[in-house]
Design a protein around this ligand. Sequence first.
Ligand code: GAL
Length: 681
Amino acid sequence: MNILNGQRLVMGTCYYPEHWPEKLWKEDLLRMLDTGIEVIRIAEFAWNKVEPVEGKFTYEFFDRFLDLAEEVGMKVIFCTPTATPPAWLTKKYPEVLNADIKGNRYYHGMRRHYNYNSPVYKEFCIRITEKFASHYAGRKCIIGWQIDNELNCEMDYFYSESDTIAFREFLKKKYGTLEALNESWGTVFWNQTYTDWEEIYVPRNTCQNSVNPHQVLDYIRLISESARRFAKMQSDIIRIYAKPGDFITTNGLFAHLDNHEMTRESLDFYTYDSYPDFGYCLDMYDEDPKAFRDRKWSRNLSETRSISPIFGIMEQQSGACGWNTRLEAPTPRPGQITLWTMQSIAHGADFISYFRWRTCTMGTEMYWHGILDYSGRENRRIREIRQVHNLMEAIGEAAGAVYEAQVGVVKDYDNIWDAEIDHWHQRVDSVSQKSLFAAAQRSHTPMDYVYLTDTLKAEDLKKYKVLFYPHATIINKKRAKLLADYVAEGGILVVGCRSGYKDMTGKCVMDKLPGLLAPLTGTDIPEYSLIAPDAGKVTVDWEGTVFEAAVFTDLLEPIGESAEKKAAYTSDYYAGTCALVCNRYGKGQAWYYGSAFDEKAADVFLHKLGVASPYQDFVEAPEECEIAVRKKGEQRYLFVLNYSKEPVQITFHKAGLDLYTKETVAGKRELEGYETIVVKF
Ligand code: GAL
């Protein structure tokens, strides 16, 4: 059975047989089936249940459980248990542990306390994966595998000795010679020149915690490569034993990891863990009435979709968040579990697995509630999930339909990681990323993230009328050519300030800015500045539409016959200077905007470029609602999601079929607080 089958939506839950008395298992499984849950994920933290002491393997525990799953007809996603190495292992082989930046080892007691590069840990992981896969993979009830759990969650920096050794290997392979490394890292600056590979370490505790940025960029690349290698090591083993058709995935979406490449080389598809209740956590709650709160998870879901156009949710919120040490959040209100499930489906999830079946009575996560509370008594949440199951059946034909977007935001890991370690880059990037998402959400303009991966072709970009690449700070010739090909074929590309000034090492280029992007954008940047704190509001006038520049100003000059000044700054010492260039290039246009995008600016671009609100002829909804469309053949499935707890009015200008009720909808319609509707048209 494939959970992404293109025919119907599938419901699951996360179950921990090791947390409950065995006599509860059967009752739990039958009750799940009765709720509409057909798939469970198990075993991701249960190493000791199979290898309780070093080298002694015992399979009975999960054998008994799987026998029962087969007896009742429950399908199982089985996990490798490598996220939580046993205490006997870390005690005897402490080199498997991760360390902090000062080199102090972490101890046993949490999870994810290992490092990917320890040769000893790798051997143990190969062995346990092999034991799990060879013993269990033939079971009829198993339909797929999850590798580890949330790679890079909680811990995305690694400073153990093994990481330093791996870093040296990584650098030798990348640069070949120390001369090349010194050149790439600019070590002549502050006399950092290396004369022996042994002098090189992962970043360490330095004065002011400031480590050579080119070194740190490579170090993050190493972390990503290490995590990918770790996943591949496991997936290669599982593939040997898995039954034909059984899938391999992993869950979560975390930093310092090229999830796209990992999925391409090791997984069948990606699964995400969606916890929108974080938006209501006591210490994260944003009072601003315009804050997106739970709706922000649509951004993560769009990121997930950029990896796998159709994906699964391995952990979907079903109760309150909460550790005993942090993350105090309320129980989802009536309707919110449905809303958040439909949010996932609207963005491309065809499998929804709730975290978790019953709330754990012990440990750090005893407040991270599942569908059921500790006692397992019938409750409001399980009743809601039964209804969600009915809705998932009702809209099942939307399975396999692909999210429709005419607008894309281009990203790449080099710039994401560079922005993380470079405050100047981060300042412009964070405001633009947030604002483009917000403007697209509020104007009901569905938007994709598009990653510049090594396998991406200009043809893949063709479906987008407009691409924003907000701050293409790091760029190389291959990427510049890909973008040029997209524009030449009729695409519209918009880049923002600070584009083209770094090479792949993160060093600044000596070309006139915007460097490799100058020919495509027809732009020259003779001068630039951060917006001075005493500058007041710096405004931009685009043919009568006035909005604010944000964070930074590149002062532009159009170059060449096809480039045109479209807007000017209207304040500070550069009033009158060009702020926006449009360059006709082939059949398309490349735009250079000299600033970062705040929400108003992003909205102006969406409207002026003619891509805002593509479904307004069909439906109108207030800002509180998100609109998303999935398309299969000629059929469109439109989701309207009301994130507000108050009712809202929406208007259908044309008739469509309400898939929940199978009734025609047209004209005005009220959506209750948190209510959703899925309309086929
Ligand atoms: C996820 C994780 C689960 C559980 C859950 C609630 O990040 O995969 O194991 O910890 O969050 O905290």
